[in-house]
Design a protein around this ligand. Structure first.
Ligand code: NAD
Length: 360
């Protein structure tokens, strides 16, 4: 057996229907009494509910949350946190709200309690991201790791299928890539495979019956497992590409994930024989094809063109993907990167000869 190093990450998870009612107790458990509530603007009633749940613990609220954490907006949230001398942040929303909370935590070293309402998984990781001038920078810092996460599936019931499906594909991508990313170990792989099993089984059911709280609960549980493995194992071609495209073209993160994952798996296939076989085993067929079919079954977007990437964007992204792929299991040359991006741009069938990637 291969030896491995494993830095297990600490964090408290509170999972269950209605668990948001324990929010104030969980804040006190962190020893905090002056909270900045960072809430995504999707639901005013929910925001009101969270203010009530926090009561006097909430001293300020920031709601101008947008995707990819633009530096200028993060600075606004940080300034608010300083002005109100906060001692913790509570975020409620998707990965974007979590991202703003991380930006504050990095500056003020304040603990974070996250209440996710999508399947992004960022709440489990010490990975931060920030965008500026068409570039999204990411990094790893333990100050960005949330202390407590409350998973309440009731908060996801209103998440429309058009967002929920791609967001769950993002979770699936975390689990899939964490099987072969540099930090993978036998424990993270065990969790990752269970995440793939739960997500591949329940995402189509959740999309077919969006009001079924049981399916929502399983998908949220799968997203939790996937985020936990991402946090330790890290990422590879798929996520690096999404960060490049997100920074360049401000594309929706979940939708990009749904489009790019099958192509990224197909590209990496020759370099990840064991992981690919385990993934295929859980998915019940060739991994890239199974993910491609799953995305189509849930009516997720099929191509980067469909989600707004400009046609001349491929050439802009090629050198960045080549550069980023140097740390991947399979570094790509310019031709391979262009073929990979073009296939995802067009939503081409998963034909290895068409991808032009079968040769090393
Ligand atoms: P998001 O947070 O931007 O949310 C997507 C949309 O869903 C938004 O319009 C939001 O208002 C809406 N929404 C959220 N919850 C809702 C609900 N319950 N009902 C109705 N609408 C709701 O997108 P996301 O996909 O959750 O997160 C994407 C961001 O997270 C990206 O910036 C990505 O890079 C980041 N991310 C970071 C990590 C990490 O480890 N650092 C991991 C995953 C994702």
């Amino acid at each position: 057996m291969k030896s491995f190093d494993y830095d297990a990450l600490a964090g408290r998870i509170v999972f269950g229907l209605g668990k948001r009612s324990e929010l104030a107790d969980e804040v006190r458990r962190l020893g905090a009494s002056r909270v900045l509530l960072i809430a995504d603007p999707h639901d005013n009633e929910r925001l009101h509910e969270f203010r009530e749940l926090l009561g006097d613990l909430c001293v300020a609220t920031y709601t101008d949350v947008v995707q990819h954490v633009p530096r200028a907006k993060a600075s606004e949230a940080i300034a608010l946190a300083r002005e109100f001398r906060i001692d913790a942040t509570v975020s409620m929303g998707g990965g974007s709200a979590t991202g703003f909370s991380k930006a504050v935590a990095l500056e003020l070293a304040t603990p974070q309690l996250c209440v996710p309402t999508t399947y992004a998984g960022s709440e489990l990781t010490p990975i931060w991201g920030m965008s500026e001038g068409g570039e999204k920078r990411t990094g790893r810092d333990l100050r960005a790791l949330p202390a407590t996460v409350i998973y309440d599936p009731e908060l996801t019931i209103g998440l429309p299928v058009e967002i929920a499906g791609p967001s769950a594909m993002n979770a699936l991508a975390h689990a899939a890539e964490s099987l072969y990313a540099t930090g993978a170990n036998p424990v993270t792989s065990l969790i990752a495979l269970e995440a793939v099993r739960v997500l591949s089984q329940h995402v189509p059911l959740m999309c077919a019956t969006p009001g079924d709280i049981e399916q929502r609960s399983y998908v949220l549980y799968g997203a939790y497992l996937a985020g936990a493995t991402l946090a330790v194992a890290g990422t590879d071609l798929h996520h690096r590409t999404n960060h490049i495209l997100g920074g360049l073209f401000n594309l929706d993160h979940g939708k990009m994930n749904a489009v790019v994952l099958p192509y990224a798996l197909a590209v990496n296939k020759p370099a990840i024989v064991d992981s690919y076989a385990r993934l295929s085993d859980v998915l019940g067929g060739d991994a890239a094809s199974a993910v491609y079919d799953l995305a189509r079954r849930i009516n997720a977007p099929r191509s980067l063109a469909e989600i707004g990437m400009p046609s001349d964007g491929i050439e802009a992204a090629v050198p960045l993907v080549v550069e980023a792929s140097r740390q991947n299991v399979r570094p790509l040359n310019e031709i391979q990167a262009r073929n990979f991006l073009r296939a995802a741009y067009e939503g081409s069938p998963l034909d290895e000869s068409l991808l032009g990637l079968s040769d090393p």
